[in-house]
Design a protein around this ligand. Structure first.
Ligand code: ATP
Length: 319
């Protein structure tokens, strides 16, 4: 499969502080790709840089270093017509579906906006048919959705409606940023399954989540982020079955296990801590990874791990 989207050594530095004199490195040299017809999950705790990466891909914030490619073409800095085309090719859906709608207008309005901006010459009748088709394709019944106000629909319906709107632009990439987080359990699965259908249509999906189980459920590959850095990446099965970076292991270990008692969890953690002591800077919670520390090492086909103490010849401290 070809890479639709690829990031090579991408950085994001935010200006912070009273006069914007401070710097916060939100993303450090991130490298990964998303291929046609696959879901790649960006997984990490709060503040790890997931949304910033999603926003860079959507070009909602600038990229401060590295290269962004679309179909092999450098799209790091686009302007004018090329940027407009990019905005059409790369669509985003976000966490809070309600905030994407103006509560005083019927939901149909989001489709009218698309028509005005992108398809002004399409006649009303044909446009209405396209809207119906788009809604049906995300398993919504147009007659139950059109003409309603946002508060009359569920979060799951609104989220699927937003995906339908994105699909009307025939995007190559969809960035889905925590789109499940605000949905109740009964509608979550519908939206997750929709992502799986999108990839079957050949769309490259970048799924941003802090939830390992969601990442495990939908994605072909995962990219694990820690403090803006990719610490592990690979096929979902490889990373979940054999996590190599201590942070990935911590993340997996933090998923509650219904069959383990608290004493068992504590004993396992203490044993792992003792084993890694002195061998792994990450595990000692050293936040001072040098700024230029980077580089993923391919440890198996489709499985890469990065550690700021790990050089190509070093072994990762596998606990
Ligand atoms: N506009 C901004 N200006 C300054 N700092 C920012 C800005 N946006 C994000 N940050 C900082 O960049 C870092 C990464 O934030 P980001 O939102 O990308 O993380 P995240 O992994 O998506 O977290 P969450 O899951 O909580 O949204 C955080 O330290 C955050 O405070």
């Amino acid at each position: 499969m070809t890479a639709v989207l690829s990031l090579e050594g991408v950085d994001k530095v935010y200006k912070v502080g009273t006069f914007g004199t401070g710097e916060l490195r939100a993303v450090r040299s991130a490298t990964f790709e998303v291929r046609a017809g696959e879901v790649v999950s960006l997984i990490g705790e709060s503040g790890s840089g997931k949304s910033t990466l999603g926003k860079m891909v959507l070009k909602l914030v600038s990229t401060d270093g590295g290269t962004l490619r679309m179909g092999g073409k450098d799209v790091t800095r686009l302007r004018g017509r090329a940027l407009r085309d990019y905005y059409r090719d790369v669509q985003g859906v976000f966490q809070d579906p309600f905030s994407s709608f103006n509560p005083i207008y019927k939901v149909d309005r989001v489709f009218d906006t698309v028509r005005r901006s992108w398809f002004p010459r399409v006649r009303r009748q044909e446009w209405d048919q396209r809207v119906h088709d788009a809604l049906s394709s995300v398993t919504l019944r147009p007659e139950e959705i059109l003409g309603k106000y946002p508060h009359q629909l569920s979060g799951g319906q609104l989220q699927r409606l937003l995906v339908a709107r994105a699909l009307m632009l025939d995007p190559k990439v969809l960035v889905a940023d925590e789109i499940i987080s605000m949905l109740d359990a009964s509608t979550r699965i519908d939206v997750l399954n929709l992502l799986v259908e999108l990839k079957q249509r050949g769309i490259a999906v970048l799924f941003v989540t802090h939830d390992l189980s969601l990442g495990n459920y939908v994605s072909d590959r995962v990219v694990i982020l820690y403090r803006g850095r990719v610490v592990e990446a690979g096929d979902t099965r490889a990373v979940f079955d054999d996590p190599l970076h201590p942070y990935t292991r911590d993340l997996l270990a933090s998923v509650p296990q219904l069959d383990a008692t608290w004493d068992e969890v504590e004993a396992r953690e203490a044993e792992r801590s003792a084993r890694l002591a002195g061998t792994c800077a990450f595990h000692e919670a050293d936040p001072s990874a040098p700024a230029d520390a980077e580089g993923l090492v391919e440890v198996a086909d489709g499985h890469q791990v990065g550690c700021f103490r790990l050089g190509p010849d070093d072994a990762c401290p596998r606990g």
